[in-house]
Design a protein around this ligand. Structure first.
Ligand SMILES: [Zn+2]
Length: 201
C-alpha cells in the first residue's frame, strides 16, 4: 500500500521558489527524498527514479522507486495521487489538465509499465459549488466533459476526473479549498500559497 499525505495551510506554503527549510521539514516527515516538478498545467509526464532538477513543464510524476516521494503543489486544482502495487504517481489536475487529459495519460503510462489495478486519492481542491467560470468556457467544457456540469457556470472538476478514469477507484477526501480557511485557495484570496500532496510506495 502506498503512503499518502496532504498538507494544509498550517504546515506552510511550498510555492515557488521552494522554501528549503520547509521542504526539508516535509522530507523528514515523509522519510524519503522528495521529487518536485515544474507545474504549468501541461500534460507532460516525467518518469523518475532518483531526485532530479526537472526544468521542463511537468504536471505528472511517476516512479517505481520506493525510496522516492513525489510531490504535487496546489491551491484549488486537484492534487491527484495514484498508486498500484508497483508504481505511484502525483498529478496536477486543474481545468486545463482535465481537458488535456494529463490524468488519463498518467494511468495509461502506469498500465504500460505493468500496473494492473490503479487506485487514486483526490486531495483538497475547489468543489463544484464554488468553482465558477465564464459562461462560454463552462459551456465548452460541459460539452466535452458532461460530468463537470453543475449549477449555472460552475464546474465540478472531481466529477469530470471520475468520468475520465472509469477504471480507477477514486476516493475524494471531500475538502473544498475555497470553503475551508485551513487551506490555501488562489480563488479565495488571490494568494500564492501552495499546499502539497505527497505519495510514495
Ligand atoms: Zn466549495
Amino acid at each position: 500500500m502506498a503512503r499518502l499525505l496532504f498538507t494544509a495551510r498550517e504546515f506552510g506554503s511550498l510555492s515557488d521558489p521552494i522554501n528549503q527549510k520547509l521542504s526539508h521539514q516535509l522530507e523528514v516527515l515523509v522519510g524519503k527524498p522528495l521529487q518536485f516538478m515544474h507545474q504549468t498545467h501541461s500534460n507532460n509526464l516525467h518518469l523518475v527514479n532518483k531526485v532530479e532538477a526537472i526544468k521542463e513543464d511537468t504536471d505528472s510524476l511517476i516512479t517505481d522507486n520506493k525510496d522516492l516521494a513525489l510531490v504535487v503543489r496546489v491551491a484549488d486544482c486537484i492534487p491527484l495521487l495514484l498508486y498500484s502495487t508497483n508504481l505511484v504517481a502525483a498529478v496536477h489536475v486543474g481545468r486545463k489538465g482535465l481537458v488535456n487529459e494529463v490524468a488519463v495519460k498518467t494511468v495509461e503510462k502506469m498500465q504500460s509499465l505493468g500496473a494492473e489495478k490503479v487506485s487514486g486519492v483526490v486531495g483538497p481542491h475547489i468543489c463544484g459549488d464554488c468553482y465558477e467560470v465564464g459562461t462560454e468556457m463552462a459551456d465548452q467544457i460541459m460539452k466535452s466533459h458532461p460530468a463537470t456540469a453543475g449549477k449555472k457556470a460552475h464546474l465540478n472538476l472531481f466529477a469530470g476526473l471520475k468520468e475520465q478514469l472509469p477504471n480507477v477507484d477514486l476516493e475524494n477526501v471531500g475538502i473544498c479549498t475555497m470553503e475551508k480557511s485551513q487551506y490555501f485557495s488562489y480563488r479565495k484570496a488571490d494568494e500564492s500559497g501552495r499546499q502539497v500532496g505527497v505519495i510514495s510506495l
